[in-house]
Design a protein around this ligand. Sequence first.
Ligand code: SAM
Length: 426
Amino acid sequence: MTAETGYAGHNLIRSGRTSDPSGRYYTSPELSRSLIERINVPKPQLVLELGSGSGALCAAAASRWQAARLITVDTDKSPSKRQSVHSLGQTPQHIHFVHDALDEDLPNKIGVRLGTVDVAVCNPPYIRPRWRADFGSILEDAGLSGALASLHDAGADLLFLAQNLRLLRRKGKLGLILPDGLVTAERFGGVRRALLRQHLIEQVVQLPRGVFKGTEAQTYLAVLSKMAGETDQLTLRQMGPDGQLSSAVDVPQEFAAKRMDYTFHAQASSAHRVQDGYRRIQVGDALTDVIRGSICSSEIGGFPTAVFHLGDFAKPDGENTIRIVPNRFSLSDSAARMMSSRTHLAWPGDILLARVGRNLHNRLALVVHGPCVISDCIFALRATEEHRERLYRFLESDAGQRALATSAHGVAARFLSKRNVLEIQF
Ligand SMILES: C[S@@+](CC[C@H](N)C(=O)[O-])C[C@H]1O[C@@H](n2cnc3c(N)ncnc32)[C@H](O)[C@@H]1O
């Protein structure tokens, strides 16, 4: 594990990226240079940028590879948005096309044959364009059509990635900025697996939140070498707000297909170490069941018994106290018998967790007094006698809360899936 410098010395968050009113986020010069520096190609002849916007990435590319031919494509005609593209000049070395980058026939439109580009750089738009038949062909050519449960799950980010793959030559390099969904969401697991098997993903760097001005969205920088062998181990790093890169965590292919974010794997790798005399295990191995409540928030008011919901968790109060579900939620034996045919109950010994919400990581309670009804925003973890206390103590600790926070998905509304919980190491 070695520490490396990304673009140290600049505050990436403050100088950040700027966005225009339609929510297109533009890459700052610092981040653009950092991405270009990470692409290890000494003298490319042809460099392409699809969705070039204000031209920050291609300007950094032009400054590093001065002899390269540079082609940029964007649908945006507004000159103010393409200032830097213009400042590069429409020289024989740089040609800009105002065209749809997701046109299946793009190669003919821009005079670039499929499989001939040496380096492609891209910060794709994060939108879901109205589906067209072209998109199916682009995904098919890129070897990604079988990787999605439904082709319509493909947003512009994945389509731009696929179009770049079509245009790149074998062993050509793609440097791109990716949103959280492609990197961590379960529904894109097939895409990650396909990319890892078909290409050499050289590195994924988790960028600081706030690197996009105006949004806390999590983004990543990735460099891929097309069909240069499969990725047996993926190298993950994290970039701090000052541009400094963390040590690397190397993740085997099967784990990288699950998710490619540094924070998750760094936590898991430290959790693998044997500490305090305990061998670390997965939460799933300590449980006999995970129950999700079924009463939604709109039903709670009219429900015949109290329903334990997100607002009922007590605030954390140091690591040594146990937060117990208040007695008013406990059902009598007869009420429990009646309710168990109607909804899912949590039973004494169950550990309750929030499965949604910004602060889900510090919402925790133990059922002690009696069975209780839980809402559909709550998981009840049924641990074996042997592991219950240690699991509760872990989830109450800073490490446990960090593990829950890094396992959750989503930007504003964070949520935990059952699988996220089962895979946490403790
Ligand atoms: C996230 S911005 C990135 C701009 C620039 N590459 C950067 O990093 O600052 C995405 C760009 O893609 C362009 N874009 C969106 N849909 C497009 C399409 N179908 N074809 C070409 N460009 C498109 C937008 O106009 C915008 O300039």
